[in-house]
Ligand binder design. Structure first.
Ligand SMILES: N#Cc1c(-c2ccc3ccn(Cc4ccc(CN5CCCCC5)cc4)c3c2)n[nH]c1N
Length: 250
């Protein structure tokens, strides 16, 4: 997978060099290119914003720098052999970024991220690129950030961990809260590791029983309990039949 990120804060994307994403890049699973939008400005102040038509608070990011940047970045990607770009636009008014969206994006060969600042990017930029490629306008949550770079880090990590060969244990994301299967839509239950007793806190006996069926059932029940407490809205999406099937299997 190729990732291109166009931003006025390239240093914000430094975390893409470390940990899971950094390892995926080192293993050749991810090819990441970060570009400074101000490279496509030609005035003394490297201006990327202007006042909004119709008035209102703040500033809007101008079309020209983005247009020139995206033209050059996509051309370079094609030149390098990439294909099928998707524009990913973090925005507070976007479609919720969920595990389902992460899976969709992980199946794409090339993501071009446009994290904006100020009040966002002039609408005509996404209108223009929507004529050439799919555009995903996504929000990572119901809170207001100052720009889209943090969202790029979140989306990239959620997508990268789904790529083949990136997660050490290939099974890991299979049991994700929102992965398909009996645990789909459930929050993870508690996890434990050695020592067996820490400051007087022990481990649930079932986890030391070696009985995989009981352990699986305990984990599911704990996940149900935590989901009911923190995300009752997800309980309705659970499929009881999947639980019965899982119980019969274990
Ligand atoms: N993903 C994601 C995000 C973002 C996000 C993503 C990208 C950008 C680019 C700029 N900002 C700042 C900003 C903040 C608020 C508003 C709305 N205006 C407020 C004043 C009156 C008019 C409407 C616009 C722009 C961004 C925020 N925030 N939260 C998420 N989950």
């Amino acid at each position: 997978m190729r990732l291109d990120v166009v931003t006025i804060f390239p240093e914000y994307l430094e975390p893409l060099n470390v940990s899971l994403v950094g390892k995926a890049r080192a293993r050749g699973r991810l090819d990441v290119h970060v570009h400074d939008l101000r490279r496509w400005t030609y005035d003394r102040h490297h201006t990327v914003d202007d006042t909004p038509y119709g008035g209102g608070p703040g500033m809007v990011m101008k079309t020209e720098p983005w247009g020139e940047a995206l033209d050059e970045v996509t051309a370079a990607g094609y030149e390098a052999g990439a294909h099928g770009p998707v524009l990913v636009v973090p925005t507070p008014s976007g479609r919720p970024f969920t595990q389902e969206v992460a899976v969709e994006l992980s199946r794409r060969p090339w993501l071009v991220f446009t994290p904006a600042r100020y009040e966002g990017i002039d609408r005509r930029v996404t209108d223009e690129y929507a004529t050439r490629m799919p555009v995903y306008e996504v929000s990572i949550g119901d809170y207001v950030l100052a720009g889209g770079e943090a969202a790029v880090l979140v989306i990239t990590e959620a997508v990268a961990r789904l790529l083949p060969g990136v997660l050490g244990n290939a099974e890991s994301h299979r049991d994700d809260s929102f992965a398909p299967g009996a645990m789909a839509n459930l929050l993870e239950g508690p996890v434990y590791t050695k020592p067996p007793v820490w400051r007087g806190h022990g481990i649930p006996d079932v986890l030391l029983s070696g009985h995989h069926g009981k352990i699986a059932r305990w984990r599911r029940d704990e996940a149900l309990r935590r989901t009911a407490r923190h995300r009752p809205d997800l309980i309705e999406r659970c499929d009881p039949a999947a639980f019965d099937k899982k119980d019969r299997e274990t």
